[in-house]
Design a binder for this molecule. Structure first.
Ligand code: GLC
Length: 474
């Protein structure tokens, strides 16, 4: 079985979110289970020059984008044993650091989808059985497979899987560009039409042979108006082909025992290094050097759906009534950036805020924190809570999506974190109080930290679930 993983981003080449982590680790896990897996993505401008050095030019072709005829170069690189293909067209993808949000994103990803399908006969010795397409950027691959390619002998046996990493971003366009940009004729309009416009994600859901999302809970949640972002009815109609598979994380690349980014390495058996990481983190942010004060970490996009409003509604209260410290890393909505600036100024020796995106610093926060706060309103899967567990920072999360499927409350003496269900600052405050109480019991806390660090979120189980899903399609 051969799988081509179609994505707009993948680590280590180019990343804007969790999708890149999945694309950077799932194919490797599949290969370990003797499934041929390769990855294809656009040659984004943001790919660093040193990563381009090892790319090999394979060929170039001409790709139709409606009436246009566009150049497409094919490059190849190997990383961790996985072959990556890059589709090159500078007109569409030489756009600086910004991957999305350009005026012509519809056309850019129409090109990408057509180019993926057109290039397949030119891939040296690799004919995929499964086209595993991710998020709205790749949703046109199943659509074009249905409308343009599926009946051709070369493509007939191929099956498409569409994975939703976040249903909020759908790729919506005006119906007027159906033919001119997407090259679809009026009788195919219904495949992509939603509420009078073009909705690429809807097209992916409609046309793919199977659809999945990145946790079982999220697969259920998106059937409701609260989480479905308008696509709940479409998903309900297509529920027969919708499943949920929880993501894994790259446990080799994210291991406190040998992580070069942290002050001292540690394991569940010997947590001395973790104490050193905590001290270093306090020093880094200019906080009081207090080894026995609970340190709460946040590494997040500062956006409403990440639950920032709940934090805003209770953090000052918590800081007033306890001796807890807080360290925040992230950028996002102006309101929340300002809020954390305010907290850091008001509690200057107890709150630190770094308004940036810094992967190395994020590791130091996972390693140095006692608690990891992630009270998302919605969370398709979430990877940070799994990384936090691995580094012995106990997650405090809302019971939604992948958070619900990976974190269980430790209230009953089992569990690996602290959880709450209500969408409110009060519920979060009560939960944080419980967590701080837990922290006060030094022996009990050590047990909890060890249990958290022993949780296994490697790709093993999830890769197995994907293989089963692929097989069911063939
Ligand atoms: C998106 C989701 C996140 C998920 C990631 C990888 O970024 O918001 O919850 O973990 O995709 O699937």
């Amino acid at each position: 079985m051969k799988v081509l993983f179609v994505t707009s981003e993948s680590r280590p080449f180019v990343a804007s979110g969790g999708l890149a982590d999945v694309a950077g680790s799932l194919p490797q896990a599949l290969r370990k289970r003797v499934v041929g897996a390769r990855v294809i993505l656009p040659m984004h401008d943001a790919i660093a020059p040193e990563l381009r050095e090892n790319m090999k030019f394979i060929t170039n072709i001409v790709v139709p984008v409606a009436w246009r005829r566009q150049y497409c170069g094919l490059f190849e690189a190997k990383h961790n044993g996985v072959v990556y293909y890059f589709l090159d067209n500078q007109y569409y993808f030489k756009r600086g650091a910004k991957l999305y949000g350009h005026y012509d994103d519809g056309e850019r990803f129409a090109f990408f989808a057509r180019a993926v399908l057109e290039i397949l006969p030119h891939l040296p010795d690799f004919v995929p059985d499964i086209l595993h397409c991710n998020d709205w950027h790749c949703a046109l691959v199943p659509v074009y497979h249905t409308t343009h390619y599926g009946k051709l002998p070369f493509y007939q046996h191929m099956r498409t899987l569409f994975t939703i990493h976040n249903i909020e971003y759908q790729g919506k366009y005006d119906m007027a560009i159906l033919g001119d940009v997407f090259g679809l004729c009026p009788q195919h309009a219904s495949l992509v039409e939603h509420n009078g416009g073009i909705n690429l994600m809807k097209g992916g859901i409609e046309c793919a042979h199977a659809v999945n999302t990145v946790s079982e809970s999220y697969a259920r949640e998106i059937l409701t108006p609260e989480y479905g972002h308008g696509l709940e009815d479409i998903l309900a109609q297509r529920q027969f082909k919708l499943t949920g598979i929880l993501n894994g994380i790259d446990v080799q690349g994210q291991n406190p025992a040998d992580d070069p980014h942290i002050t001292a390495n540690f394991t569940a058996d010997d947590l001395t290094g973790k104490a050193a990481c905590k001290a270093a983190l306090q020093a880094e942010f200019g906080l009081d050097a207090e080894p026995r004060v609970p340190l709460i970490g946040i590494v997040s996009r500062l956006a409403a759906h990440k639950g920032m409003a709940y934090i805003q509604g209770c953090m000052e209260q918590l800081l007033q009534e306890s001796d807890a410290q807080l360290v925040v890393l992230g950028t996002g909505e102006y309101e929340y950036e300002n809020y954390f600036r305010y907290l850091a100024e008001k509690f200057s020796t107890r709150v630190g805020f770094c308004c940036d995106f810094k992967p190395a610093l994020s590791r130091q926060i996972y390693a140095g924190s006692d608690l990891f706060l992630m009270p998302s309103q919605s969370e398709p899967c979430g990877l940070s809570q799994m990384i936090a567990l691995r580094y012995g920072a106990i997650p405090v999360v809302r019971e939604t999506g992948g958070l619900r499927d990976s974190i269980t409350d430790s209230g009953n003496g089992n569990g690996n974190g602290f959880t709450f269900a209500d969408c409110s600052a009060e519920a979060l405050l009560i939960t944080l109080r419980r967590a701080l109480q837990g922290y006060a019991d030094e022996k009990g806390w050590q047990v909890l930290v060890r249990r958290a660090m022993a949780c296994d979120f490697s790709w093993g189980k999830s890769a197995g679930a994907y293989i089963k899903l692929y097989k069911s399609l063939l």
